[in-house]
Design a protein around this ligand. Sequence first.
Ligand code: NDP
Length: 246
Amino acid sequence: MTRLAGKVALVTGGSRGIGASIARRLAAEGADVALTYARSPDKARETVAAIETLGRRALAVEADNADAAAVTAAVEATVEAFGRIDILVNNAGIARMGHVDELTLQDFDDTMAVNVRAAFVASKAAAARMVDGGRIVSIGSCLADRVPGPGFSVYSMSKAALVGMTKGLARDLGPRGITVNVVHPGPTDTDMNPASGPMADGQRSMMAVPRFGNPDDLAAMVAWLAGPEARGITGAGFAVDGGTNA
Ligand code: NDP
């Protein structure tokens, strides 16, 4: 698979979980890949090694999404290392769950900084450097659209915000042939949401296909959106949620 040969991608939160799978998949399709991490340098190194094993160049950049300057610097480091940026994947995210009585202003601010502000900051920095025909894909959530129970107000808000950002950026960047889309995972087996966790059976009961997603399921969708066939698709959302919201 060489649909992305010659392309350069940056994946935020590429050390573990869905982001690591996306980084590996983009590399498998021919891209050189930079990834950011915050707390897992060892995992970031593992992802870099996996990409290099595929024969592609890789770079891990420490950049906490809560730090806007660090996120901008990660975009610049990508361009400096690989000479260009074609694909940005806004993947890094946190999930602060709790009833509205329990959630704090800090939970609100942290969530918005990591899940929303960083995606805007990275998109703005990447768009300034991106070649025409580039790609921006953000990772949302099925909880952006429907909220099946209590505890998700702040997290769902942050993921719904990505929908609005995606549509707005699609309008801004469309004249340059840059597409901007959002992919909404359902329950996906990662550290954030293990398939064997205490909440797993409840989530499975809401899925049309009652099987937790694999991070590779998301990576396949992102890779396709990053590729040439998807050039006419922008401002759109794609559920990869096993029918959770069907
Ligand atoms: P994980 O918690 O398994 O992995 C999170 C990744 O994001 C890690 O690479 C982590 O890096 C990085 N990260 C977390 N906080 C920061 C930060 N402040 N700055 C930079 N990087 C950060 O999550 P998933 O892989 O499950 O989730 C990936 C995305 O998918 C998230 O946006 C999440 O909201 C979304 N999602 C996941 C679902 C699921 O069921 N798993 C369902 C719906 C949406 P490090 O360890 O180095 O800090």
